[in-house]
Design a protein around this ligand. Structure first.
Ligand SMILES: [Zn+2]
Length: 143
């Protein structure tokens, strides 16, 4: 056999329990986060106890509104073969304005503007192995 196999995207070997509902939501095309039932605070990253009221009951709700690019970085050197085929690539942090900021690969639209803080981001639900991961795309062309 001399076929070339593309490297597999690195994904978590197991999903940490507090993130299980996040990944279930992604698989359904929904971007969700835990919201405290006691004080309604959004909590990210997911934790077993609310950082404000110490409540332990959460609802997993779809994040309201649109994310804005809080920060980004472009990576020029790959430390995994899957990424080596993609350099340079950009990782962005989407800010929902409610304390939730989620990081994901920024898809390269080819002819889009250079990434900049404050740009609108739209989630892209991307299959990766057995799970779905979040990637971002610039949402300038859909508003
Ligand atoms: Zn709370």
């Amino acid at each position: 056999m001399s076929t070339h196999e593309s490297p597999q995207r690195p994904i978590p070997s197991e999903i940490e329990p507090h993130y299980a509902q996040y990944f279930e939501g992604l698989a359904e095309g929904r971007l969700t986060a835990p919201q405290c039932r006691g004080c309604e605070r959004w909590q990210w990253p997911p934790r077993p106890m609310c950082g404000d009221c110490h409540g332990v009951d959460f609802d997993w709700s779809e994040l309201p509104g649109q994310a804005e690019m809080f920060s980004f970085t472009t990576i020029e050197r790959a430390f995994h073969p899957w990424f080596a085929e993609r350099i340079p690539y950009t990782v962005a942090i989407g800010d929902f304005g409610n304390g939730v900021r989620i990081m994901g690969l920024l898809q390269d639209s080819g002819d889009g503007p250079e990434p900049a803080c404050g740009q609108a981001l739209a989630p892209v639900f991307t299959p990766a192995g057995d799970i779905t991961v979040l990637e971002w795309r610039q949402a300038h062309d859909t508003q």
